[in-house]
Design a protein around this ligand. Structure first.
Ligand SMILES: Cc1cc2nc3c(=O)[nH]c(=O)nc-3n(C[C@H](O)[C@H](O)[C@H](O)COP(=O)(O)OP(=O)(O)OC[C@H]3O[C@@H](n4cnc5c(N)ncnc54)[C@H](O)[C@@H]3O)c2cc1C
Length: 438
């Protein structure tokens, strides 16, 4: 199925599942004594719960959804939808206080019924979830700790929300209503069990062994893995995988990395990892022989998924890794399509794969433009940041049907997107990989 149609299919499926609880409001008879405001308020709460519940499905790393919509876009909407659900919950509480003045007195006198208390707990936990996610970096919460608590909080919020809905029992008391809510809840929790327990268990049957750790320029290390007793992963060049090294399969210390080796090579898969935080700084200490697990391939940042007569790549720093896989694969396939790589980095010494890229430019129809932020004395090439002017100088005039791949830090991505927009490049021909989508 075409990627666009699959994307539409998944979005339609998502909207349908989110709106299922609202159907109850239309189908079931309005309980006596209720009017528009209370029913609208129930609709808000039902929508918020369904939107939050569907997060388990959205973040289950489904390859089909990820490859059709893009995993970074899924996470982008995950954040936006969560905020929208939070706003719905806040409005729900304001309307409840307005419609039922007794609530305010109950809160002050601490005489809230149990069902409402469940709702209050859900709200408090959701507030912690939202604050810790939106301001994780500012609050300096280590990623792994945040991730563990994110999962625990998310499951708790949904559990307390459902307990609130079942105890208050407006449109959730009849057998039909209960069946619908229980089916939805089962689906959400089954997705979590599948992602967090069953999938890691299945991965146990496909272990890898670390066979080499190689130092690269730019404070990076290439980690080579060999499949143990299986055929390895079949990936498209440019895709990424979640990597777990030498630990329990149920660890939350798994990290996404683009595969940097050629997709034509199946006996060995390589990741090139820049030292950044606690996990990546330990890569150099790994000894060959250690077991690793690979969850992938994921993503749609691949020339194999977007066929074109010409490709233009714009990368910054370690963003070279997916493009390296693409170029190595093209060299293995003797592909002679026109390629341009504009590669930004701090200094030329920092440029990961600089020597190999020169060799590849001799084998491929590839032009490389190096853009060091701090060029050496006497450097006559481009320097500074990749911008509109550099794009205009190097993009050929004839670019019909060309595809553009961007992988680098946020500000570089924005500058290049603006530049490409000015060059009238259609948005649908630009593909982006973000290394910090979480
Ligand atoms: C699709 C994708 C492909 C990537 N490819 C590469 C690559 O080829 N080479 C490379 O060096 N880096 C790559 N990264 C970035 C890499 O995942 C992070 O640098 C690494 O996880 C940082 O972990 P840390 O514990 O060392 O640093 P920390 O200081 O713990 O984390 C730094 C930041 O990295 C992100 N991060 C950390 N852990 C995770 C995780 N488990 N899942 C998602 N994000 C996380 C968070 O935004 C965090 O704030 C890629 C990221 C993504 C999303």
């Amino acid at each position: 199925m075409d990627r666009f149609i699959r994307g539409i299919f998944w979005i339609a499926g998502y909207l349908l599942l989110v709106s299922v609880p609202l159907l109850i409001l239309f189908v079931e008879r309005t309980p006596p004594g209720r009017g528009f405001a209370p029913d609208f308020n129930v609709a808000l709460a039902f929508s918020a719960t369904a939107m939050m519940g569907m997060m388990f499905f959205l973040t289950a790393r489904s390859r089909s959804i990820g490859n059709s919509i893009g995993i970074d876009i899924i996470y982008y909407y995950h954040r936006r939808i969560a905020l929208a659900a939070y706003v719905f919950v806040l409005i729900h509480i304001l309307i409840a206080l307005f419609v039922n003045r007794a609530f305010a007195a109950d809160i002050i006198n601490s005489t809230l019924p149990l069902g409402i208390r469940f709702g209050v707990v859900a709200l408090l936990l959701l507030t912690v979830l939202v604050i810790s996610s939106v301001w994780r970096k500012q609050l300096r919460i280590p990623y792994e700790i945040w991730r563990l608590w994110h999962i625990i909080l998310a499951i708790s919020v949904i559990s307390f929300s459902l307990m609130h809905i079942f105890s208050v029992a407006y449109y959730a008391g009849s057998s039909n209503e209960l069946f619908l809510w229980c089916s939805l809840a089962l689906f959400w929790f089954a997705t979590t069990v599948w992602t967090r327990l069953i999938k890691p268990l299945l991965r146990r049957r496909h272990p890898y062994e670390v066979v080499e750790i190689r130092a690269e320029a730019g404070n990076a290390w290439t980690l080579a893995l060999k499949p143990l007793g299986h055929g390895g992963i079949r990936f498209k060049p440019g895709q990424f995988a979640w990597l777990t090294i030498g630990q329990s399969l149920f660890t939350l210390d798994e990290h996404p990395f683009s595969i940097s080796s050629s997709a034509c090579e199946h006996e060995r898969v390589e990741f090139t990892i820049k030292e950044l935080g606690d996990f990546t700084s330990e890569i150099s200490n790994i000894t060959p022989g250690v077991t690793a697990y690979v969850d992938g391939p994921h993503g749609s940042f691949s020339t194999d998924q977007h066929d074109a007569p010409q490709y233009f790549f714009f990368v910054g720093g370690i963003g070279i890794t997916p493009v390296m896989s693409i170029l190595r694969t093209m060299a293995d396939r003797l592909d002679q399509r026109q390629l341009l790589l504009i590669y930004g980095c701090k200094t030329l010494e920092d440029m990961t794969f600089r020597e190999e890229l020169k060799t590849l430019s001799g084998q491929l129809n590839l032009t490389i433009v190096e853009v060091p932020e701090h060029p050496p004395d006497g450097w006559s090439g481009e320097s500074g940041f990749i911008d509109d002017k550099i794009l205009r100088r190097y993009l050929p005039d004839y670019r019909s049907g060309a595809k553009y791949f961007l992988c680098g830090p946020g500000p570089m991505k924005t500058a290049i997107e603006i530049g490409l927009h000015r060059q009238r490049v259609p948005l649908e021909n630009i593909y982006t990989e973000l290394f910090d989508f979480v």
